[in-house]
Design a protein around this ligand. Structure first.
Ligand SMILES: Cc1cc2nc3c(=O)[nH]c(=O)nc-3n(C[C@H](O)[C@H](O)[C@H](O)COP(=O)(O)O)c2cc1C
Length: 401
């Protein structure tokens, strides 16, 4: 099943059911353009033969970055580099761009006063400034920004886009009542909180045409009191289905609760069935015919075969195995390799758990881009420091470079 094609509603065909989920590369310099390091990294991922590769966050606004090393696309100034990146995909294989705005989850190194739905600050290690609530004009600029970036990457030759509406970034902030306290047409009811995401999907569809794949990455829930919850997510999915998207990727969590890669407290049923968000996928399936991708925790060939055969999901998303096990993926696709065990980094210190794990993988991405082998014996503390140092240096470069 893993190695069988899938036709999406827009008519595009994925040659197999394995997708590399988005992973922020952190490799761009002050100009925010793609560069040789990114091409060298992607060559390794292209060689995995996965049917779909989704880039890491590509940002619509240089003042709002998920990471200071993000690629930024606000106009056509980086088009030659984007064309080179897009042209790397082998015929029939898909390379999609994840388009994003970080809102309040923008570090102080990039922006001391980021814009967000409301002035609700993210309090984590003092790294995030107090946001300003967006004006109507700011919101219209975000809509134009997503559409502009989508148009440029299509022109560059990428074969699809993914709108990032998960993990606590701007569109996910709009969805959540914890971070969206607005009383205008963009806040309050779920219909209002989801208006920005729905408008962006609609306008991207209009700009890109009926046959261009559009995906949305959405949280099943934020896993926080007063946050975006499963019932609401199911309703948003219904709305997205009527907007005509091609692939829904399910994830969960925000910077306040990093469920998407630190699923420590996962339920017994989830532990047995590997994938973090499979229970939720089952609920989506009962109400929706949208092609479905789940990402988070999937590691064995038998599990992939089982959930694809049972039609519980259509595409398997994986992220960390594309770092630690990228050379094994061609054999995984054909069943010769039966599991991909990524490394799990845990410190026991709650406040740095995510940066120790994230820093470890960020370091490996840098090594892959330099053609170096994976190095497993980094200490969690140096992973955290690497993370902060990279964000600081690249943040300064982006602001003043
Ligand atoms: C180094 C790293 C960078 C990531 N960057 C992104 C990103 O840019 N966009 C995104 O939607 N998810 C990002 N994620 C989350 C992954 O796409 C995925 O949801 C998560 O790692 C769970 O999948 P896994 O268990 O297969 O790793 C990142 C994960 C890692 C490890």
């Amino acid at each position: 099943m893993l190695n069988t094609p899938l036709t999406l509603p827009c008519g595009a065909v994925l040659l197999n059911r394995l997708a590399k989920a988005a992973m922020t590369e952190r490799l761009s310099h002050h100009d925010g353009h793609a560069n040789q390091s990114i091409f060298d990294l992607y060559q390794k991922w292209i060689d995995t033969e996965a049917g779909l590769l989704i880039t890491g966050n590509v940002m619509i606004d240089r003042r709002h970055l998920e990471s200071a090393g993000n690629v930024i696309v606000t106009d056509e100034s980086g088009l030659p580099q984007l064309k080179q990146w897009a042209a790397m995909a082998r015929p029939g294989r898909h390379l999609w761009v994840q388009i994003s705005h970080s809102g309040r989850q923008t570090s102080r190194f990039v922006n001391l006063r980021p814009k967000a739905p409301s002035a609700v600050q993210l309090k984590r290690l003092g790294l995030f400034g107090r946001p300003k609530a967006m004006s109507e004009e700011d919101i219209q600029a975000v809509i134009r920004g997503f559409v502009r970036t989508a148009e440029v990457v299509k022109k560059a030759g990428f074969t699809g886009i993914q709108i990032h509406s998960a993990h606590g970034y701007l569109l996910s902030q709009f969805l959540s009542p914890r971070t969206n306290k607005r009383t205008d047409q963009w806040g309050g009811t779920l219909e209002n909180r989801s208006r920005l995401l729905r408008t962006i999907v609609k306008e991207c569809r209009q700009a890109l045409g009926a046959s261009f794949p559009i995906s949305v990455k959405l949280n099943s829930a934020d896993f926080q009191r007063g946050g975006f919850e499963e019932e609401e997510s199911l309703e948003v999915i219904q709305m997205l289905e009527s907007e005509g998207i091609d692939l829904l990727e399910i994830s969960g969590g925000t910077y306040e609760k990093l469920a998407f890669f630190l699923m420590n407290e996962k339920k017994e049923s989830t532990r047995k069935r590997e994938a973090y968000f499979l229970d939720f996928a089952d609920k989506v399936r009962q109400q929706s015919a949208l092609p479905l991708m789940i990402t988070g925790g999937v590691r064995t060939y038998d599990f992939c075969e089982e959930v694809l055969r049972n039609e519980e999901v259509d595409v398997i998303g994986m992220a960390r195995p594309f770092i630690t096990n990228y050379e094994d993926i061609p054999d995984f696709l054909t069943g010769k390799k039966d599991r991909l065990d990524n490394l799990v980094i845990r410190t026991g210190i709650k406040s740095i758990e995510d940066s120790a794990e994230g820093g470890f993988y960020a370091r490996q991405i840098f090594r892959m881009a330099k053609g170096k082998p994976i190095k497993t014996d980094y200490s969690p503390i140096t992973n955290t420091l690497f993370f902060i140092k990279t964000e600081f240096l690249k943040g300064i470069a982006k602001r003043f470079g």
